[in-house]
Write a protein that binds this ligand. Structure first.
Ligand code: FAD
Ligand code: SF4
Length: 502
């Protein structure tokens, strides 16, 4: 765990480096060796013991000096390996070079050529497994976490930007209507691209708010909802219509959208909203939640805002969260903020195998989440009123790698032990949402219920495209956006060919 350093101190350090390196406006002629020697700028954050009890954003964002210094670390590699690690292919050296010269609007425009959600991606993308993993600087330092902090620079530019020029450049109307199912990152990206191309786009959303997991799943302290709303407003300014509380598969089927409502094409981006359970004894007790339900109540339904929201939330003292991904970290840190005295992450492998972002695991530890590693619940214990009173767990050891490439957890026989717990949250991942596929037999799915698409994002049903978590299984924001861009190109080509198959 790193020692906490005040934002003001980090800011002063960046000012000093900027002065020492003589980085006035427009001048940017450092040698590669000098760039590589600049220390990575730490992200200012709320102190752990304070933030563990509020819903405000944990990471506070770089100051201008920190951005200039961090951007000056970029070596401007000619082959730009970082770009290959970005699912939407952002011109990373291009926007960083502009940022290093204080051209913040220009830098944001470069990002917006490839991504419409920079404020979201700058906060939640697993950069250390994507762009930063391939960054030359990280390779020199032998640690992807020491690469250029690409996402932190992106976040600064998105938060400070006033420019939406690429979003504004709209083509004349084509007269074609496209329906989009779901307003998560994938649906929003496709909507933006298609609206810019002059198509008439309508998004149908089951909830009363747009944003998908970014509003109902990822907590306020990691991604403030006002940021998602701002991105949605930009889209509406482009002419995209959003119809809320509208359930495709119930209110209207895909066939009806096309045959009765006159949509020329449909993009299905309804995500992976079906929580997985462990199928162990006691999972139906009062006090057991799926992470989806727990997070939706706190985020979308604002249960944390006790004075203004009517959403009830189970009162918990000792919470166990099962899982080791981002969803588990979010649920555990939310439970702490909702007043729990003790929160455990129960995970059957070690921290090295955890799928959660490194930064989120570190933040969770700093806030006091207890990690019970190489441990898994075998049953949930109830009291005479049918409420959770504890869990029984088994200890595990790591064996040879399984099909996921990670070491296989193996039970240690006779290792049973019990923990006193009053709330269990299962965060084992999500399966594809079955509502649309269940009512549209024409859509071919794989054995997990994910929709099968071709290289243009088109499904087995003519004119119907799909992408994001419903195709990939539970994935990431940027992968969902990447699919959205591919499908937008595919839909445009399909519509331009007068509805001829591709
Ligand atoms: C708690 C949590 C934390 C996460 N943290 C991260 C992270 O840190 N970084 C990261 O990159 N990824 C993270 N992810 C994953 C990421 O959020 C998803 O991969 C991404 O949101 C998928 O986008 P999508 O557009 O495919 O679907 P979604 O975001 O799931 O959006 C689907 C939308 O479709 C709507 N919908 C569903 N069915 C229907 C229907 N029948 N009719 C109309 N509308 C419908 C839903 O209400 C929803 O708004 C996290 C996921 C969760 C659950
Ligand atoms: S790989 Fe790293 S150093 Fe090279 S251009 Fe990309 S961000 Fe800059």
């Amino acid at each position: 765990m790193t020692e906490y350093r005040e934002p003001a101190l980090l800011s002063r350090e960046a000012d000093d480096i900027k002065d020492r390196l003589n980085l006035p406006e427009g001048l940017h002629d450092l040698k590669a060796k000098e760039r590589a020697a600049i220390p990575q700028q730490e992200m200012p954050a709320q102190e752990a013991r304070i933030r563990a009890h509020n819903m405000d954003e944990v990471a506070l964002g770089y100051t201008e000096s920190q951005v200039i210094v961090e951007a000056s670390r970029c070596l401007g590699c000619k082959n730009a390996p970082c770009v290959a690690g970005c699912p939407v292919g952002i011109n990373i050296p291009g926007f960083i070079a502009a940022a290093a010269q204080y051209k913040f609007d220009e830098a944001l425009q470069i990002i917006q050529e490839s991504s419409i959600l920079p404020a979201i991606c700058g906060r939640v993308c697993p950069q250390e497994k994507q762009c930063m993993q391939l960054c030359t600087l990280g390779k020199i330092k032998k640690d992807p976490l020491q690469s250029v902090a690409i996402g932190r620079i992106e976040r600064f530019l998105a938060d400070h930007g006033s420019s939406h020029s690429t979003l504004d450049s709209k083509q004349p109307s084509t007269g074609k209507k496209v329906a989009i199912v779901g307003s998560g990152p994938s649906g929003l990206t496709t909507a933006a691209d298609l609206a810019r191309l002059g198509h008439d786009v309508t998004i149908f959303e089951a909830f009363h708010k747009a944003g998908g997991v970014t509003v109902y799943g990822i907590p306020e302290f990691r991604l403030p909802k006002s940021i998602v709303s701002r991105e949605v407003e930009n889209l509406e300014a482009l002419g995209v219509k959003i119809i809320y509380d509208y359930l495709i598969g119930r209110t209207r089927t895909i066939k009806e959208l096309m045959e009765k409502d006159g949509y020329d094409s449909v993009y299905v981006a309804n995500g992976a909203g079906l929580p997985k359970f462990m199928n162990i004894e006691g999972e139906n007790l009062v006090g057991v939640f799926s992470a989806n339900e727990y997070l939706t109540r706190t985020n979308l339904m604002k249960a944390y805002d006790r004075d203004n929201a009517a959403t009830p939330l189970y009162s918990s003292k000792k919470v166990a969260v099962f899982g080791g991904g981002n969803v588990a970290m979010d649920a555990a840190r939310t439970a702490l903020r909702m007043g729990a005295e003790e929160v455990h992450i129960v995970y059957r492998r070690t921290e090295a195998e955890m799928p959660a972002r490194k930064e989120e695991v570190l933040h969770a530890r700093e806030e006091g989440i207890i990690f019970d590693l190489l441990t898994n619940p075998s049953r949930i214990l109830g009291d005479e009123n049918g409420r959770v009173r504890g869990i029984e767990c088994l200890k595990y050891k790591l064996g040879i790698p399984d099909e996921s490439g990670r070491a296989r957890p193996e039970v240690i026989e006779g290792s049973e032990f019990q923990m006193e717990i009053d709330t269990c949250i299962t965060a084992l991942g999500n399966s594809s949402n079955p509502l649309v596929t269940g009512t549209t037999p024409e859509l071919e799915v794989n054995k997990w219920g994910n929709i099968i698409v071709d290289e243009n994002g088109m499904t087995s049903m003519k004119g119907v495209f799909a992408g994001g978590d419903i195709v990939q299984g539970a994935a990431t924001v940027i992968l969902a956006m990447g699919d959205g861009r591919i499908a937008a190109r595919g839909i445009h080509q399909y519509l331009s060919n007068e509805a001829q198959p591709l």
